[in-house]
Design a protein around this ligand. Sequence first.
Ligand code: FAD
Length: 497
Amino acid sequence: PNGARVPVLVIGTGYGGSVAALRLAQAGVDVHMVEMGMTWDTPGSDGKIFSGMRSPDYRAYWLRTRTKQPLSNFLGFPIDKDVPKYTGILDAEDFGGILVYQGRGVGGGSLVNGGMAVTPKRSRFSAILPSVNADEMYNVYYPRANSGLGVNEIDRAWFDTTDCYQYARVGRKHAQRSGFEFVYVPNVYDFNYMKQEAAGAVPKSALNAEILYGNNYGKKSLQKTYLAQAKATGRVAISAQHRVTSVSPASGGGYTVAIEQIDTGGNVVATKTVTAARVFFAAGSVGTSKLLVKLKATGALPNLNGEIGKGWGDNGNVMVGRANHLWDPTGSLQSGMPTGGIDNWDAGGAFAEVAPLPTGIETYASFYLSITNTPHRAEFSWNASAGRADLNWQTAWKQTSIDMAKSIFDKINSKEGTIYRTDLFGSYKIWGDHLTYHPLGGAVLNKATDNYGRLHGHPGLYAIDGSLIPGNTSVNPFVTITALAERNIEKIIATDL
Ligand code: FAD
C-alpha cells in the first residue's frame, strides 16, 4: 500500500527476484515483490491462461499493436499481425539495432522461455565469473538451483522413438556425422507430462507448439517452484501491474521507492511510494540496467560507480535454419521444448541448441539458436533529453557470432550437401541476427557491485539478476542466474541482516 514501510522490497519476479524472496522469507524476513507484468493466473474466454504460438492474440505481446515474432517470415512471407495493445507476456524491446525479448509477468522469463536448464561446463565458468569460487558453485549452488527449479532429463529411450523429437534426432545425426559433440539438455518442462501428452492422456502444451507466449501445462515456471514456496511461507506479498520508477535514499534511513500502478492498456492509474530498508534490483538485465543508469544520472542514487550500465551482452545469440533433403523430414509434430544442442565452443566458439519449428506441417527444416563466444559488449546510458536509457549496440557486431555459428553449420551443410534456409527472417535472409533472448550484464558482479551483488555506494541496495553476469554464459543463462542468486543471498542473509 501507498506509504508503507517494508523491510525488503524486490523489484521483479524473475529468477533472481524469486530466489531472493524465498530465501529471505525462510530466514524470517517479510518481503514485498513489485512486478510490472500481470499475474497470469486467470483463463481467458478460450479457457486458457496463455495464447498459443501459432495464433498469438492480445495476451502475447507487451504493449504492442502488432506482433513481433522472432521468426518474422515463413516461406518468405511476413507473418506478423495486428493485436490489441495489452500488457501481454512477451516484450520485444527495441534498442535501435537489437530486439531484446523478455518475459513480463509474475515469474519473469520463466513464463516465456524454452525451459532449457543448462549448467555450463565447469572449465568455462571461471572465464565468465573469475571472482566466484567455482568449487562452491559446482558443489553447492548449481545443485541447489537445479533442485529448486525442478530440472529433469529426458528418457533417452523415449527421445529415440517419439515422433515429437524427430527434429532433434535429425539434428543429432547431422551433428555427429560432421564430428560434433551432441549434448542432451535438461529442462524444467515435466517430461513425464510430455509423455502423457504424446499418449493423448492429458491436455497438450509442448506438443501443441506452446513456447514464447506461455505454457498452459507441463512447464515448471517459477510460479510453480520458487514463487509457490515463497508464498507458502506467508511472508511474501506480490504486487503485479506495478512498475518501479525510482529508488532514492529516504531521510530516516532506507530507501524511498516510487511505483506506478498500470492497467492492462499500460496507462498509469495510481502512483505510490513505499519505504524499504533494503531493495533488491531483480528487474532483469535490461530492467535493472535501465533503472540504475537513470538513478545514477539523475542524482537519485549519485554514489553508484562508473560500472553501472556496462558489460552488457547478447550471449552471442544468432538463429539459422537449414534446408534438409526430402529423406530427412523433421516431423510435423515438434515438441516446443528443445532438448539437445551441438557443442563446438572450444574449437569454434559456438553452442547451438537444436530448436523446434513447430508449424504443424512438415518443413524439412532444421532450426537452431546458437550461443556464441562474442567479445562485444555494449553500454546503457541515460538519454536525458529523450528521458530514456539508450544502448549503444552495433548491428555489425553480430557478424562475429555468425562466423562462430558457421563453424558448425557450414561444415554440416557441406557434409550433408544441404543449404541454409533464406525464408525465415525475411526474403533471402539467412541469419536471425537482429535479436537476443539472453540479455546479460549492466551491473556486473565485482564491478558495479561487490563480489556478492551489493551495489557500490549505497548500502542496502543489491543487484541479484542477469545484470550481474558480464554478457555471456556459454549456454542458456537461467540456471546460472539462479545459482549465483542462491550464492549471493546466502552470504547477504548471513552477514547483512
Ligand atoms: P527476468 O526473468 O527477466 O525477470 C525480471 C522481471 O522484472 C520481469 O518479470 C519484468 O517484468 C520485471 N520488471 C522489469 N522492470 C521492472 C520495473 N521497473 N518494475 C517492476 N518490475 C519490473 N534461458 C534459459 O536458460 N533457457 C531457455 O530455454 C531460455 N529460453 C528463452 C526463450 C525466450 C523466448 C526468452 C525471452 C528468454 C529465454 N531464456 C532462456 C532467458 C531467460 O528467460 C532469462 O535469462 C531469465 O529470465 C532472466 O532472469 P532474471 O532474473 O535476470 O530476470
